[in-house]
Design a protein around this ligand. Structure first.
Ligand code: HEC
Ligand code: HEC
Length: 339
């Protein structure tokens, strides 16, 4: 997969044409080291032009009701694709009830939102535009105003074959861009690939605490450190009106107060933590787990007192910082938008 980069023109020229033909076609999109290949949806395959169009839409404030908010306002690349706020601020200063999760590595999860109410990135993308406390527009208005922009008409025509595009096309383009928002190639990946100097002693000890002593990987497992499963850690469950979480979708009483396990990639940049942004630092998160969460009738059986030492805790935090890598940093705001 990585080969695409180092197989420069000179190398290719030296390979006999016959061998070239026998080669599988090069991967269309190369993921950072340490991540599995992306599986693109059959009905929304990757093309560079579609991802470019999605990037324009993602950063374009004209899709909000009053032209003040883009997706990037709350999922800002400069802030690890979050807004680094406990809860987000939508149109006309309205505060939402939960913290904005990062878009990074969402390509590897199907269910979106803290309660998993959207079944794909395409389904998720259309939500915020018509959410009265987020972007505060309506879908017909979004489409009508975008269709009036000749530059967008041309781009949609190029990507989807029609200038009379629909909401589905907008969602497909944005989702394609989002699937390119990735983080891998972290010190942890390099360490695993054999570079034993990539993590320091504290991070190596912290890795042992993470996988063996605290067993954080019971939920934070796999290349993105999440099984995308829903669990009740007790966060906010001692409040007067606790958030129902996954229960809102499944209506299964056992899911009350359960939320989706977030990725731990880039975790040092995506503070504050938890669905309600109630924990400010990674140290606070570790203390929260160490004390066994907040008791409530649905507390996950895996959440219990850990008896970590001060050294364990410091090492665990150090290890989580070894999950900061590369990929997403190159996705910056476009300099110009279609007119
Ligand atoms: C006003 C701030 C705001 C804006 C604007 C906004 N979002 Fe969000 N986004 C949030 C919040 C808050 C959540 C969590 C909501 C929930 O789970 O109930 C979220 C959730 C998501 C998720 C789910 C991530 C996960 O881990 O499940 C994705 C993906 C996403 N937004 C992408 C977008 C896209 C694409 C746009 C533009 C069309 C957008 N957002 C606009 C605040 C915002
Ligand atoms: C039972 C499953 C489970 C286990 C075990 C678990 N986590 Fe989590 N983790 C979650 C869920 C679910 C959330 C989100 C909870 C919420 O917001 O209510 C979360 C949130 C987090 C967050 C905040 C992420 C963010 O973006 O806000 C961090 C950091 C974290 N966990 C680290 C750890 C560490 C370190 C351990 C081991 C000590 C651990 N987790 C063990 C399921 C788990």
């Amino acid at each position: 997969m990585q080969r695409k980069f180092w197989l420069g023109a000179a190398v290719l020229a030296a390979v006999p044409a016959i061998t070239l033909q026998a080669q599988p076609r090069p991967a269309a999109f190369v993921v950072p080291r340490g991540l599995p290949p992306l599986v693109w949806p059959k009905d929304n395959p990757y093309t560079p032009a579609k991802a470019d169009l999605g990037r324009l839409l993602y950063f374009d404030k004209r899709i909000s009701g009053d032209g003040t908010l883009a997706c990037a306002t709350c999922h800002d690349p400069k802030k690890g694709f979050t807004d680094q706020a406990p809860v987000s601020t939508g149109i006309r200063g309205q505060k939402g009830g939960v913290s904005a999760p990062t878009v990074i590595n969402r390509a590897y999860g199907m269910l979106q939102f803290w309660d998993g109410r959207a079944g794909s990135l395409e389904a998720q993308a259309i939500g915020p535009m018509a959410n009265p406390i987020e972007m505060g527009s309506t879908h017909p208005v979004v489409i009508e105003s975008l269709r009036k922009i000749p530059g967008y008409r041309a781009r949609f025509k190029q990507v989807f074959g029609t200038g009379d595009f629909t909401l589905d096309h907008v969602a497909m383009a944005i989702a394609t861009f989002e699937r390119t928002v990735l983080s891998g190639n972290a010190p942890y990946d390099k360490y695993k690939l054999g570079n034993k100097a990539a993590m320091n002693a504290s991070q190596i000890r912290g890795m042992d605490v993470f996988f063996n002593k605290a067993k954080c990987d019971q939920c934070h497992e796999g290349a993105s450190f999440t099984l995308n499963s829903f669990h009740n850690l007790g966060v906010g469950q001692n409040k007067a009106n606790p958030d129902q979480g996954r229960y809102g979708v499944t209506k299964n009483p056992a899911d009350f107060g359960a939320f989706k396990t977030p990725t731990l990639r880039e975790i040092e940049h995506t503070f504050p933590y938890m669905h309600d942004g109630s924990l400010k630092t990674l140290e606070e998160v570790v203390d929260y787990y160490d004390k066994g969460g907040i008791p409530n009738k649905n507390l996950d059986e895996r959440i219990k007192k850990l008896n970590l030492t001060a050294q364990d805790k410091a090492d665990l935090v150090a290890f989580m910082k070894a999950l900061s890598g590369t990929g997403w940093q190159q996705l910056t705001e476009p300099k110009e938008f279609p007119q």
